[in-house]
Structure formats: structure tokens, C-alpha cells
Design a protein around this ligand. Structure first.
Ligand SMILES: Nc1ncnc2c1ncn2[C@@H]1O[C@H](COP(=O)(O)OP(=O)(O)OP(=O)(O)O)[C@@H](O)[C@H]1O
Ligand SMILES: [Mg+2]
Length: 251
């Protein structure tokens, strides 16, 4: 926890791609246990924000701070952030197409052997979640253990991408547009999965273009525009704020 108790505290971050200044003094906090939505139009800086939190480059964070469980992440490499409890399911929903569902789920073990953890000097590695627990949560993946991931439907691949991230036992799971390209019926399945994961104790930072869907599932929202926060508050407050919704989300 940070000094004020937030699981994640992003403070006054300025992030760049080359010389383009994208995140402009962006601050946000995610509280333990909540579903927090990060909303904004195309190009607002949502992906840049989660990449900065995960430690992925580009972008380059030139100033500001990011604390996770009270620890400053500035000098912490991306793999160690992941092992330390920050999970990211990226926009591209990467699965290994030529590997089976089961093999995809076991990829989480690779960077986790004990000597590796000791060498990396990670104080509180998140504990990996048993594959069978994952299968209980995702029966469709259970039925398809031996199927090549590349032959799964879009919705199933999204489930697998989420399941892979969950195997790392993240305290914070960041989902970058998990509903993108999915049929409405499948969106519901993914929403149910997100709800279940959250009820079992994982904090969620949800990025969505579909603001209506995101407001429905989240406790709190941030709206960003041109790399700056233009709204933060309870999701119900955003639902009631037609001006902000129209101006920054177009809904
Ligand atoms: N690798 C990159 N190199 C240079 N500029 C980039 C790069 N990635 C993103 N940008 C620019 O940074 C800005 C923010 O992009 P970002 O991907 O964070 O937006 P986003 O809110 O996730 O949008 P979307 O809803 O389209 O996913 C945009 O102007 C984009 O063109
Ligand atoms: Mg994006």
C-alpha cells in the first residue's frame, strides 16, 4: 500500500514516445479490491498509461512516480513488476498460436523458478495459481486444453489471455480493451469472468472504448484526454454527468 493506502498510485507522470509528450502530469490511484475503469477516446493515452505502469517501453516515463503497494517502481524492470503482482492483458491479446491451451497456461512458470526469483531479489513474489483452479474458473478452456490456441475463437483467445495473466497471481490486473472485436454474447462472458476474478480478490484496472459497458461494471472511473485526467469519480457520477460523457467519450 502507498502512504495513503492505495494499491497503485501514479503521480504526475510525464511519458513520451521520442519527443512526443503523451502523458501530461497524469495522476491516478487504484484502491485495493475495486474495479477501476480508465476511459477516453482513441489516442487519449490509455494504453500508454498501462504500459507505463507495467514498465513496458516505449513509452519512456521521464518524470513523476508510480508506486505499487507503497514501493516505488522507477527502477523495477517489467518482468519483476509482473512477478511482483502487476498483470497486464495487452490490447493485442497475445496467445501463443502454435501451442495448446494447456501449454499457454504453463508459460507462466518459465520465469518463476526459484533461483531466478532469488537472483532477482524480489521481496514479495505473487504466488502462481494452479492450472486446475484456472480451469475451474474457465470451463471453456478446460474443454479445450489440448486445442491449439490459434484455432480458438476470438472470445476464447481473450479468455486464455486473461487466464494466462491470472496464473501469475496478480494483485492488480490491467485489461486493455478486453471486449474489442467480440460479439455481444461473448462480451457478457468476459464481463462475468472479470466480475468473478474481482470477487475473488483481484483488483482490476479496466480500459474500454465502450464506456457504457465499463461504467456498468466498475466502481470508479477516470476519463483521460490528451494525456490528462479530465474526470475522476464514482461510476454513477460519470453516468449522471452528460457533459463529460458527451465531450470526452461521445456517449
Ligand atoms: N509506439 C508509439 N510511437 C509513437 N507514438 C505513439 C506510439 N503509441 C502510441 N502513440 C501515440 O500516443 C498517443 C496515445 O496513444 P495510446 O495508444 O496511449 O492511446 P489509447 O488511449 O490507448 O487509444 P486507443 O483507444 O486507440 O487504443 C496517440 O497520439 C498515439 O498516436
Ligand atoms: Mg489503446
Amino acid at each position: 500500500m502507498s502512504e495513503n493506502g492505495s494499491l497503485l498510485a501514479v503521480e504526475d507522470v510525464n511519458a513520451y514516445y521520442g519527443e512526443s509528450h503523451i502523458l501530461r502530469g497524469l495522476s491516478l490511484e487504484v484502491e485495493s479490491g475495486e474495479i477501476c475503469a480508465l476511459l477516453g477516446r482513441n489516442g487519449a493515452g490509455k494504453t500508454t498509461t498501462v504500459r507505463s505502469i507495467a514498465g513496458a517501453t516505449p513509452p519512456v516515463v521521464r518524470s513523476g512516480s508510480i508506486h505499487f503497494r507503497g514501493k516505488d517502481l522507477t527502477d523495477v524492470p517489467p518482468d519483476d513488476r509482473s512477478i511482483g503482482g502487476i498483470g497486464l492483458v495487452p490490447e493485442e491479446r497475445r496467445v501463443f498460436s502454435n501451442l495448446t491451451v494447456e501449454e499457454n497456461l504453463h508459460m507462466a512458470d518459465v520465469s518463476r523458478n526459484k533461483s531466478n526469483l532469488i537472483r532477482r531479489n524480489i521481496e514479495n513474489p505473487a504466488e502462481t495459481v494452479d492450472v486446475n483452479v484456472i480451469y475451474e474458473a474457465f470451463p471453456r478452456l478446460d474443454e479445450r486444453r489440448d486445442q491449439l490456441a490459434g484455432t480458438l475463437s476470438g472470445g476464447e483467445q481473450q479468455m486464455l489471455a486473461i487466464a494466462r495473466a491470472l496464473r501469475q497471481g496478480p494483485d492488480l490486473l490491467m485489461l486493455d480493451e478486453p471486449y474489442e472485436g467480440l460479439a455481444p454474447q461473448i462480451v457478457e462472458d468476459v464481463e462475468d469472468a472479470i466480475d468473478r476474478i474481482n470477487n475473488e480478490g483481484t483488483t482490476i484496472l479496466l480500459i474500454e472504448q465502450n464506456a457504457i459497458a465499463a461504467m456498468a461494471i466498475s466502481d470508479r472511473c477516470y476519463v483521460i484526454d490528451q494525456g490528462e485526467v479530465v474526470f475522476e469519480g464514482p461510476s454513477d457520477e460519470l453516468k449522471a454527468d452528460e457533459e463529460i460523457r458527451q465531450q470526452y467519450l461521445g456517449v
